[in-house]
Design a protein. Structure first.
Length: 158
């Protein structure tokens, strides 16, 4: 598996972003989807990476700079044909390493609290993320769950 910074021009990446958004809207109440669309992922504060096996798109994940010490994970998604193959864990490891390389002191994320988001919550918790309150521009909702991970400079996630 190779993970590369992506410019969002390949049709299969655009399709995965669109699938991610459709799924978020199908599994979340109105007003509770904070996943960025293509224009949001192209914002200069956001870097998107994609995971590949040859020409097959395996998944994606993004990191948004909130400030010099704080990054936010965005748009984590494994392509449906590649679920349960370690794609999400590899992407999460990559994003955590990138956060450390950027000098962030913590990474945070927002996700849903219902059953479709349970695998994501379990992944984040296994990686050491802990629940926290709303951060950045989020406000507490009955649907959102917030997580954060303190980053130690030079530490390696395993």
């Amino acid at each position: 598996m190779r993970i590369v910074a992506d410019d969002l021009t390949r049709p299969e990446v655009v399709a995965l972003v669109e699938f991610h958004l459709r799924s978020a809207f199908e599994n979340s109440p109105p007003g509770s989807v904070f996943a960025p669309d293509l224009s949001g992922l192209r914002d200069p504060s956001v870097t998107l990476w994609t995971a590949w096996d040859g020409d097959a798109l395996l998944g994606m994940g993004a990191l948004k700079r909130l400030d010099k010490d704080h990054g936010e994970l965005k748009s984590m998604r494994t392509a449906p044909a590649h679920l349960r193959r370690g794609v999400a864990a590899a992407m999460l490891d990559h994003l955590i390493a990138e956060g450390r390389a950027r000098g962030y002191r913590r990474l945070s994320l927002e996700t849903g609290n219902n059953a479709p988001f349970a695998p994501a919550r379990a992944l984040y918790e296994r990686a050491g993320f802990v629940e926290c309150g709303p951060f950045a521009d989020y406000s507490d909702t009955s649907f959102s769950r917030y997580y954060t991970l303190a980053l130690s400079p030079g530490a390696v996630h395993s």
